[in-house]
Write a protein of this length. Structure first.
Length: 293
């Protein structure tokens, strides 16, 4: 007997949510519940969709496959989904985002800034994770996508969408800054917008040889840093000029980074692995990351 498509979708969505929960590496039960509650297809436009599998492999990164129908089961999988093929803009790989979300562990009541929000799917996930009393400020530089995100996120409380360049616009004081575009060096005001104990995760791309997620945490003195998994994103307009580097790391050196400093606060020393005009990265750990009470 052929099962109803709605029953199949319900099972696929539940399985997808379970897989995403495992990918977070966290025991927090909220992740599975929220990935199941927020329908990814609602943020992708009408199907059929163009998807990419194995996006971490260079040979597959720009090879799209059209789904055979508009059945949402096709996008409740670990695939990229094209939002604007001409610009190379996709809705990102769910397992990668799940791992990021597990690393930054958003909590109820926190203020989150989402840079490169696209059409708002992961903004919605962040909004749910910061309930109750949280707030998500989404920034999207593409006008069409920003309008689309604003419509998609209308049902979500305490979410705002700003069409504009987050590398020049002021950011709100944030407990978490979640960046979805490749960055050569984070702008100083992003780092300064972090509250004590605040986290920023972004795709670091200072050279062709370095492409992975970087997690930064603000302490009372300086910022701790931890390189994470490989991550390829389209360049962040305003923060992706490769000529900004005064000292550019190789992949081995980049993996050794343990702290980030503002040049105005501390001049680069012999521990510097990467140096830019206003920010530098060190392989020495910040001795005390004390979170304000």
């Amino acid at each position: 007997m052929v099962r109803k498509s709605g029953v199949v979708l319900e099972e696929v969505r539940r399985l997808h949510a379970q897989i995403m929960a495992v990918a977070t590496g966290s025991p927090d039960e909220r992740f599975e519940r929220i990935f199941e509650l927020v329908p990814r297809e609602a943020f992708l436009g009408p199907g059929p969709w163009h998807i990419v599998v194995h996006p971490w492999k260079k040979t597959y990164r720009h090879r799209y496959i059209e789904t055979p129908s508009d059945n949402p089961v096709h996008v409740n999988q670990n695939v990229l989904v094209a939002l604007d093929r001409a610009k190379g803009i996709n809705n990102g790989e769910p397992m990668l985002h799940a791992a990021w979300l597990g690393s930054v562990n958003p909590q109820g009541g926190e203020v989150v800034t989402h840079i490169g929000a696209g059409t708002g799917y992961y903004t919605a996930i962040l909004s749910m994770l910061t309930l109750p009393n949280g707030r998500v400020h989404a920034f999207e530089i593409d006008e069409r996508l920003a309008g689309w995100a604003r419509e998609n996120l209308a049902p979500f409380e305490d979410v705002s969408v700003t069409h504009g360049d987050a590398t020049v616009l002021a950011l709100p004081p944030s407990d978490l800054i979640y960046v979805n575009a490749g960055v050569v060096v984070p702008p100083v005001h992003w780092l300064e917008s972090l509250r004590p104990g605040g986290r920023m995760i972004f795709p670091w791309r200072p050279s062709e040889d370095v492409a992975f997620a970087m997690l930064i945490t603000r302490g009372q003195t300086g910022f701790s840093a931890r390189p994470l998994m490989p991550a390829w994103f389209i360049p962040c307009i305003g923060a992706s000029d490769p000529h900004q580097g005064l000292k550019v790391p190789d992949s081995v050196g980049a993996r050794s980074i343990r702290s980030v400093w503002l040049t105005k606060d501390r001049a680069p020393d012999e521990s510097a692995i990467a140096i830019f005009r206003d920010v530098w990265f060190s392989n020495e750990a910040v001795t005390s990351i004390a979170v304000a009470a």
